[in-house]
Structures are given as structure tokens and as C-alpha cells.
Write a protein that binds this ligand. Structure first.
Ligand code: 13P
Length: 248
């Protein structure tokens, strides 16, 4: 059975979408519908330039917000990077680290991802650590092995740090493809992640599933004992669809 001590969490990852007018309409839709989904925590992770806008439109609504990446450095000559303290200035609760689009497109290593998670934690922001295997690794039956390797430097941060973060399992082959892992496939990997977290003294960490989650498939994923919510890409760009996932 689902462990009720872990409140469900649904996070929208807007990726590189939106503009001021679009965001304002989307956030108005979330504000209007949030009252119906009090049983779960709801958040959006948005492009850096819109943090100010998102904060001003979501403050006090119960929907929290965050960014999609963070520098591992505290401050200094790192042109183009954004420090965790800067995100804290915009009252971010969350930051995605190690999204597959950053691992593959920006050469982010497992240890860099753990450094980013540590930088976020030091600024009081909860990292959402993304892990997941590629199609090739999936077909070679290496999902558990890949996820273990990606998690290892994060687990080394220790139980106290782990208790403040969230893990998102996002099989790369299911992202933006319409191919969702079956609930059973996802549960197998989530249970494996749970075992590792338990061994590290942090069994209560929330583990989200991501990859083509929609209103129509969310409920079947959420009944799984180790799926504590979702990290949603495309479907987070429409308020009603996003809220229907949260309501599932
Ligand atoms: P989609 O929901 O569009 O498949 O994206 C998943 C994702 O990458 C969320 O971080």
C-alpha cells in the first residue's frame, strides 16, 4: 500500500517553453484550480527569467516554484551560471538537477549532479535529482545498474541531506515520446531506488516518476507503492491537464 506519510508531489517542468503572456494565463489557471487538489503538493520549475513573474503570481497560493538547473559554485567568475543563493532570493523551493536533457546535452556527470544537489541544499533549496536510463541501456536490461551508478554520489551526501531532497526517475526513452513506462516497469525501478535510499538511512524520500505522464495515465502510476508523484513535462503546459494529474 502507499505509505501515507509521503505526501504526493507533482512538479511541472516547463523546460524552455513559455513567455510572459503565456505564463500569466497558465498560472491563472493553476490558481483557479488549486483548491481542488489539496491532497498533493504542486510545484512548477520554470526558466530562470520568469522566476520573478512566477513568484509574484504564485505567492500565497500553495503552489511552490523552482528552477531547472543550478551552478555547483557558490559565486564567482562563472559567466552564464546561476547560483543557488540567487534562486533562494526568488524564494525557490525546488531545483531540478541532472535532468537527462542536461546530462546528454551538456555533459553533466553523476558527480557534477551531486555537487549541484549539495549547492542547492546549502542554500535551503530542495534538489529534485533526476535519474534514468537511455533506450539503449533499457533494451540491454541495464536500467537498475544505470540508476544505481547515477545515484551513488548523491547517496554519499548522507542521510541528513537525502531527507531534504526528491528523486525523479525519468527513463529517457519515455520523455516526450508518448511512451510511458508501464506502472510495473516504473515500480520495479522505484523499489530499487527505495532500497538504496533505505540502506542510506533515507527511506522516506519521495520518488517521482517522469516521462509522458498525462491525466489519463497518472492514476495507474500513482497506485504503485513506491511512486510518490510525477515530474511532468509537456502536460504541465496546460493548466487543466496538469491539475488533472495532481487530482489523480
Ligand atoms: P514529458 O512529460 O514531456 O515526457 O517530459 C518529462 C520530463 O522530462 C520532465 O522533466
Amino acid at each position: 500500500m502507499v505509505d501515507s506519510s509521503r505526501k504526493r508531489l507533482v512538479i511541472g517542468n516547463w523546460k524552455m517553453h513559455g513567455d510572459a503572456a503565456f505564463n500569466s494565463e497558465l498560472l491563472a489557471g493553476l490558481r483557479a484550480g488549486i483548491a481542488g487538489v489539496q491532497q498533493c503538493d504542486l510545484a512548477v520549475c520554470v526558466p530562470f527569467p520568469y522566476l520573478y513573474q512566477v513568484r509574484s503570481l504564485l505567492e500565497g497560493t500553495g503552489v511552490s516554484w523552482g528552477a531547472q538547473d543550478v551552478s555547483p559554485h557558490e559565486k564567482g567568475a562563472y559567466t552564464g551560471e546561476v547560483a543557488a543563493a540567487m534562486l533562494a532570493d526568488f524564494a525557490c523551493s525546488w531545483v531540478l538537477v541532472g535532468h537527462s536533457e542536461r546530462r546528454s546535452g551538456h555533459g553533466e556527470t553523476d558527480s557534477l549532479v551531486a555537487e549541484k544537489a549539495a549547492a542547492a541544499l546549502a542554500a535551503g533549496i530542495a534538489p529534485v535529482v533526476c535519474v534514468g536510463e537511455t533506450l539503449q541501456e533499457h533494451e540491454a536490461g541495464q536500467a537498475l545498474e544505470v540508476v544505481s551508478r547515477q545515484l551513488a554520489p548523491v547517496l554519499a551526501l548522507g542521510a541528513e541531506a537525502l531527507a531534504k531532497l526528491v528523486i525523479a526517475y525519468e527513463p529517457v526513452w519515455a520523455i516526450g515520446t508518448g511512451l510511458t513506462a508501464t506502472p510495473e516497469q516504473a515500480q520495479e525501478v522505484h523499489a530499487h531506488i527505495r532500497q538504496q535510499l533505505e540502506a542510506a538511512g533515507a527511506g522516506q524520500v519521495r520518488i517521482l516518476y517522469g516521462g509522458s505522464v498525462k491525466g489519463s495515465n497518472a492514476a495507474s502510476l500513482f497506485v504503485m507503492p513506491d511512486i510518490d508523484g510525477a515530474l511532468v513535462g509537456g502536460a504541465s503546459l496546460a493548466a487543466t491537464e496538469f491539475l488533472s494529474i495532481a487530482a489523480a
